[in-house]
Design a protein around this ligand. Structure first.
Ligand SMILES: *Cc1c(COP(=O)(O)O)cnc(C)c1O
Length: 414
């Protein structure tokens, strides 16, 4: 194994992280299974941190992509009009926005999620003429400076480069909704001149430990923002595209954000694509005011269009909700079996976290899982939450294999 990984150690920057917990070299993957060069097969409960919601190399998406490439179609086009972009816009409108009564403009911001966040922050500041942004404890919105600034704690040494952030308390099931909204209420009751331009949040904190906001907290937050003219931005980069059981994570709560950031699974195939949805009257950009070379990745439009077919496929939708119930049930029963080790579970839909009392235990569960041929990562400020995010269309058999490996790993780790 040493031979296969030494190149990375010799040549690649130390900044790499995921490879450290999975010290092998991956080569092929299909659905919920990923294989390394040595022929070892793992069940994937990581799913590219939410960028592979439809599984690896989904055949429906792959066919569309191969056909597209075979015909010498446009690959890169900045923001020129292309056939594949038109198809994506129409499909997104017809299959996602129209059935949900959403009227929003679509801005392609770049290849990565952080660009969608930057676009939203810039536009909120331009539109309101105000600078501060309200964010929440343990949030994660990306690594470019504007997005990084939203979590001064995580920004570490870069924190001095991160002004104009106001951090509020996130929802927490152990307290009442009004108690949890008090810090937002206080911030928004300040003088008009000090109001934030926008409030940005994840409805389930993907990197922050799977805390899931209650619908009533989201409603309360949306009401407070609306009453003070503070724009509400939902960062659905990780928990959108079906992760919580509906296409957008905020659907069940009934709130209507002013902007929505999407990336990770929006291309469906693991190809780079990010976009920001805007209330039409917010679209006050001048042409070229926020630009970027890779906003026209046509292969991403092609697979992204094909992926939207699943949102009209009842077998997919039923399978996803059954899988979500199974994952929740098993997570709860596991946490219940080890009360000394785990304080409980957090999450929604197909994103669940086992909250361990000790960081070290969470680490050994994930290490044992790798030996037991299951990929799971950790999340949370203290890295103490074992995060379970299988592909949404995982088969019952693979779900069972993954859960067995998880149970075995917990048993071995405690
Ligand atoms: C991953 C993520 C981002 C950043 O996306 P990148 O593609 O890594 O830039 C932003 N917000 C959330 C909620 C994320 O999970």
């Amino acid at each position: 194994m040493q031979d296969g990984t030494s190149v990375f150690e010799d040549l690649e920057s130390q900044v790499r992280i995921y490879c450290r917990q999975w010290p092998t070299v991956f080569s092929t993957a299909r659905g919920s299974r990923i294989r390394d060069e040595y022929g070892v097969e793992y069940i994937d409960f990581f799913a590219g941190a939410g960028s592979l919601n439809y599984g690896h190399n989904n055949p429906h998406l792959k066919q569309a992509l191969l056909r597209y490439l075979q015909e010498d179609s446009i690959v890169q086009s900045l923001d020129m009009h292309t056939t594949s972009k038109r198809d994506f816009l129409q499909a997104f409108h017809q299959k996602i926005m129209a059935p949900r009564g959403l009227d929003m403009r679509i801005q392609f911001s770049g290849p990565s999620g952080t660009t969608a966040v930057e676009a939203a922050l810039k536009l909120a500041r331009k539109y309101t003429g105000r600078r501060p942004i309200l964010s929440f404890e343990n949030c994660f919105h990306g690594m470019s400076l504007g997005a990084l600034a939203l979590n001064p704690h995580a920004a570490g040494e870069m924190a001095q480069l991160c002004p104009h952030t106001i951090v509020a308390r996130y929802d927490d099931e152990s307290a009442t909704v009004s108690h949890c909204l008090a810090s937002v209420e206080e911030i928004l009751s300040g003088p008009d001149a000090e109001l934030p331009a926008a409030c940005i949040l994840e409805t389930v904190q993907g990197e922050g430990g799977l805390s899931a906001a209650r619908a009533s907290w989201l409603e309360g937050l949306a009401g407070l923002c609306r009453s003070r003219g503070v724009l509400l931005i939902v960062d659905d980069i990780q928990v959108g595209c079906g992760r919580t059981g509906s296409f957008f994570s905020f659907e069940q709560s009934g709130i209507l954000p002013d902007m929505v950031c999407l990336s990770k699974s929006i291309s469906g195939y693991g190809l780079p694509l990010a976009l920001t949805l805007l209330r039409p009257d917010l679209d006050i950009w001048n042409p070229g005011e926020h630009t970027g070379t890779f906003r026209g990745s046509n292969p991403s439009f092609v697979t992204g269009t094909a992926a939207l077919d699943f949102w009209q496929d009842t077998a997919f939708l039923d399978g996803m909700s059954a899988a979500g119930m199974r994952l929740e049930e098993e997570s709860r029963s596991l946490a219940g079996e080890y009360p000394d080790v785990m304080s409980g579970v957090r999450g929604r839909g197909m994103a669940w976290g086992l909250v361990c009392r000790e960081t070290d235990v969470a680490r050994s569960i994930c290490e044992r899982a790798f030996t037991n041929r299951l990929l799971v990562e950790r999340s949370g400020r203290h890295n103490n939450v074992v995060k379970l995010m299988p592909p949404l269309n995982i088969s019952e058999a693979d779900m069972a294999l993954g859960l067995d490996a998880l149970r075995k790993s917990v048993k071995e780790a405690v």
